[in-house]
Structures are given as structure tokens and as C-alpha cells.
Design a protein around this ligand. Structure first.
Ligand code: 6GU
Length: 228
């Protein structure tokens, strides 16, 4: 998988991809993330990437030309499955979307800034618009990092214990059950006996029931219209 991220603040994306799981995915050749500075595609001495909105009002708009140059340069190098625009008015990101995107080969992620991009960018190139939730961030970069992390960890071979992504919260529509490790007794706080019984079928049942209980308590919305 290859992900090309277009940003006016590329520095914001330097950290997340050079650590832990994402770094390992790069090293294993399973995922490549490249961050492109939109300003490198801007014309003139000013390297201008934004301008005043037609019709007036507060806030700047990202110009179409630098984005056009950047996207077309990328597209001349390879085929892309999706050109994603990160924006608070996009479709809300969830595990199902992460699962779907993890099956794609290449995509571009354009990070919105200021008042957003010229509408014609959306009409001409964007195939998917994603928001990570109902709150406003200063730019799409942190949201792009969230989406990229959620996708890359699903690529087979990225996680050491492959089955662990399958038992994540949300992967089966339920929250994950509580987990414990040593010591079995911490100042009188005991680990549930069943987990140390070695009886795998009983443990699986306990975990499933704990998942359902936790989901009912914390996220009843996830169970709506579901038979359990
Ligand atoms: Cl994708 N961008 C911005 N700027 N704010 C957001 C967001 C995206 N998703 C939630 N809030």
C-alpha cells in the first residue's frame, strides 16, 4: 500500500509515521507513506497556496492550481484507487471505512486547511471525503494521521500477532472485553478466576459476555437493531 499525503504543514506529519507499528510497516515494505508539501507546487515568489474567498467573509481558501499540480504529478507516477479529502463536513470515519480502505492499493489524502479548498478541487479530483468526528481541528493533518494509522495496522503482516486486529473493539461491532496480566492479585484486586483456568471455551464465553455487557453500558447505540 502507498499513501501520499498532501499538506501545507508537512511537519505535523513527521512524527506519527516514524514510530512503532507504522515504522515497522514501512520497514517491512507493507506500507509506504509520503508527505508532500503543497507549497512546493505553488507558483510565484510567495509560493502562495491560499487566497481570499470570492464573495468576501473571514478566512482563506486553498487555491486550485497548486493542488492541481501536486495531484497531477502524483497521478503521472501511478494509479490511485482514491483521492481522499480530509474535512469536517466529510463522512464520519469508522472501523468499517478503515477495513474497506485497508484493501486498497494506493491513495492520496489531501489535508484541508483554512476555510477549506476551492469547491472545484472537490468536484474534479476528490473521490471520498472523510471527517474523524464532530469537532473542528485546525487542519486535516492530525485527522489524516488517525485515518492512516487505523488503515495500516489492518494490513496483514503489520501487527505481530495477526489475530489481534481481529479482536479489537468495533471489529465485531462490540467493545473489547477487559484484559489482565500479572500479578494475579494486586493488593487484593484479583483477576477473574476463569481467565486463569486454562479452559479456553469458558474463557471465550466469559469474554463475549463481558464485551456485550460493556457495550450495553457504554455504547448502547452499537447494539441497536442487533440480535445478541
Ligand atoms: Cl478531517 N479536518 C478538520 N479540520 N477538522 C476535523 C476533521 C477533519 N475531522 C474532524 N474534525
Amino acid at each position: 500500500m502507498r499513501i501520499d499525503i498532501i499538506s501545507v504543514v508537512p511537519g505535523l506529519l513527521e512524527g506519527p509515521f516514524s514510530h512503532s507499528i507504522l515504522k515497522r510497516a514501512e520497514e517491512k515494505g507493507l506500507a509506504t507513506v509520503r508527505v508532500h508539501n503543497l507549497r512546493d507546487y505553488a507558483g510565484g515568489k510567495q509560493k502562495q497556496v491560499d487566497d481570499y474567498a470570492f464573495g468576501g467573509g473571514a478566512g482563506m481558501v486553498m487555491m486550485i492550481e497548486p493542488i492541481a499540480k501536486c495531484i497531477e504529478a502524483l497521478k503521472s507516477e501511478r494509479e490511485y484507487d482514491e483521492v481522499i479529502y480530509m474535512t469536517p463536513d466529510g463522512k464520519k470515519f469508522d472501523q468499517q471505512m478503515a477495513n474497506e480502505l485497508s484493501l486498497k492499493e494506493n491513495f492520496i489524502i489531501l489535508c484541508g486547511h483554512y476555510k477549506g479548498v476551492d469547491e472545484r478541487v472537490r468536484l474534479k479530483w476528490i473521490t471520498k471525503e472523510i471527517s474523524i468526528g464532530d469537532y473542528v481541528l485546525s487542519g486535516g493533518e492530525l485527522a489524516a494521521a488517525v485515518v492512516t494509522d487505523a488503515i495500516i495496522r489492518l494490513i496483514p503482516g503489520v501487527l505481530n500477532d495477526e489475530s489481534s486486529a481481529l479482536t479489537d473493539s468495533f471489529q465485531d461491532g462490540l467493545l473489547a472485553p477487559p484484559v489482565y496480566t500479572r500479578p494475579a492479585d494486586y493488593v487484593g484486586m484479583k483477576v477473574p478466576e476463569i481467565l486463569m483456568s486454562g479452559h479456553q471455551a469458558k474463557i471465550d464465553t466469559w469474554r463475549f459476555e463481558a464485551s456485550v455487557r460493556r457495550t450495553k453500558e457504554r455504547r448502547p447505540d452499537l447494539l441497536e437493531g442487533k440480535e445478541i
